[in-house]
Ligand binder design. Structure first.
Ligand SMILES: [Zn+2]
Length: 236
């Protein structure tokens, strides 16, 4: 073996991401191969659109116990929903909502914010001058901000208000409103408290967030049980 190839092998072993890709292929994939192949031959039919913050601590699959094919996911800074204006603008989140509702016919939309959200913090504190797109994007939280010092309590309330604000914007999407009113689509407003490992669910009747441990269901709007393809009932 040459010196060069020794170095190459050493580099390969240091490339942890490469090791993880190999681990997925050799260890995880064989266990779930049939599921993946079914999802290719039958196509994807996720029942849930998950709109979440990009924060690395928010892990939708862990929180919901979902596997491949179950969640159609769109994530952005803050888990914000742009206003529906029927324009041809390049809004990735808007396009994902249209696709999920009109083509995938999802049965629920989860809007998931979280504690210690950097987007909400930045909406109070501002961003670097060069971050012009980010500054414009954070305006989507403007109405949720409180005219107080950004204390931990104010931050949490703002994060929760931001979730409700995005749900209201979702309801202004014609296809979302139509499906909700027809009883084919439910909305779930969630605030994930990282340090407690618990989702707090917005209850539209109570007008407040209820910890999942004491909530009567996982939804915000008209509630329907969550049943996945194989008839397994998830107790979220
Ligand atoms: Zn966040």
């Amino acid at each position: 073996m040459t010196e060069h190839s020794d170095a190459a092998v050493a580099a390969e072993h240091k490339d942890e991401l490469l090791q993880r890709l190999r681990h997925f292929h050799s260890d995880y994939f064989p266990l779930h191969q049939q599921r993946f192949q079914d999802l290719v031959s039958e196509g994807q039919h996720p029942k849930t659109l998950f709109i979440g913050c990009s924060d690395s601590r928010l892990v939708p699959y862990l929180l919901t116990g979902a596997g491949p094919g179950e969640l159609f996911v769109v994530r952005n800074v803050g888990a914000f929903v742009p206003p529906y204006d029927g324009s041809h603008g390049l809004h990735g989140t808007t396009a994902a909502i249209e696709f999920a509702v009109l083509s995938l016919h999802v049965e629920r939309i989860i809007l998931c914010g979280h504690s210690h959200c950097g987007a909400i913090r930045a909406a109070y504190d501002g961003v670097p001058a060069e971050a012009v797109a980010l500054r414009a994007w954070l305006k989507l939280a403007q109405e949720a901000l409180l005219p107080v010092q950004a204390s931990p309590e104010a931050m949490r309330r703002t994060e929760q208000r931001a979730v409700v604000l995005q749900l209201e914007r979702l309801m202004a999407y014609p296809m979302v409103r139509r499906e909700v009113e027809a009883g084919r689509l439910t909305l779930h407003g969630w605030h994930y408290v990282i340090e407690e490992g618990e989702i707090h669910i917005f209850d539209v009747q109570k007008g407040s967030f209820v910890p999942a441990s004491s909530a009567s269901n996982s939804g915000t709007g008209p509630y329907q049980p969550y049943v996945e393809n194989e008839g397994r009932v998830f107790s979220l």
